[in-house]
Design a protein around this ligand. Sequence first.
Ligand SMILES: [Zn+2]
Length: 465
Amino acid sequence: MTTIKLHNTKTRRKEVFTPLNPDNVRMYVCGPTVYDRAHLGNARPVVVFDVLFRLLRHVYGPGHVTYVRNFTDVDDRINETAQKRRAAGAPGTLEELITERSDETIGWYHDDMDELGALRPTHEPRATAYIGAMIAMIEDLIASGHAYAAEGHVLFAVDSYSNYGALSGRTVEDMIAGARVEVAPYKRNPMDFVLWKPSSDDLPGWDSPWGRGRPGWHIECSAMAQELLGASFDIHGGGIDLQFPHHENEIAQSCCAHPEGGFASVWMHNEMLLVEGRKMSKSLGNFFTVRDLLDQGVPGEVIRYVFLMTHYRKPMDWTAEKAAQAEATLRKWYALAAQAPDGTAPSQTAIEALCDDLNTHAVLSECHQLALAGDAAALRGTMQLVGLMQAEGPAWAAAPVVDLSAQSDRLAAARDTAMQTKDFTQVDRLKAALLAAGVEVRMSKAGVELVPGPDFDPARLEGLE
Ligand SMILES: [Zn+2]
């Protein structure tokens, strides 16, 4: 059996992955709050854990992996949209408008993530379908002295769980000093967090022993993981921004409600996303959604490829240049890989790279080697291992691939001559002709690269001497 090694946030080490039950490898990943289109940063964990899902399916068999990714559909921002729509005269009750908003957003999420080549998880539970399980878990926590009800709220008592903070390596004192904790008179310790809170009449709510209310966000994941995967399972994943407090709180709730289980054995966190070297934010004007990119004509596979270029535990910088490179590379690979039948085996080198804590960058390097060697079958299998080259390849890559090697050789030769003669007339003339034909010209010490752009017109290159 292939050995998979994964970096475990809990132990801060790369460890050999040993599933609790190889016949049913179980993974939970925190999913989106469905109030709007997914932005590019939201897509990173989707691709990272899709790669892991694919690897686990490859190693243990597609029928032996259970992947759960939830939808958080209890959220003030969803309610806000529904309230606005009702105020604007939309038909239906507030509940119906809330459901409508969640359905709409889940539909978008599926459309966008499908474009990135992400497989649908085995289960995609909605929080609102598990309210009963959440209430039962909260009752257990109160009964065992880990939670208390106060003023319509139920709070988890962090002092009741001595391991609180172990995942992120913080003490409760550090957390109080560093966190934006909500100070409330009914909290025994400022770090105590909400399991249940009251709902006003104009907001969705469920009847509970503590009055009409709704669950806190953290308890949602604990309850859904318990219901679908049990008290002990293999992998829990999510973005690094969720490590504290969300994951710390999930552990506290689950381990106290189910002390017989260990909750997740391995914790995995992907690093954040940057755009052109800066944090993506609305105020910097570099905020965009996956759909924005798709609408601009950036294919989903290109977005996926750019994600795969960077190891998941490193910050990833999205740049337009990387996207252009990715597209040019994928065009070449698709043209070659299309010559091989579907379902070919991936290269062993690539499998080993992926087994080494998801070294996707090395998998892409291996694809480059396979492409250079003209090994269509192994290239196709390896691309498919990481979710590229699904079926026959997308329509955008099916456009005839143009061979510009003659032109790039000519330009490189002209440049070499010009370096000697200091006369760049011929270089400039060739460059101008290529640009006029819609070809991007990249010249560096390493050589000349020609990338056909969207307006590329091969006819304009004919007769170019
Ligand atoms: Zn979660």
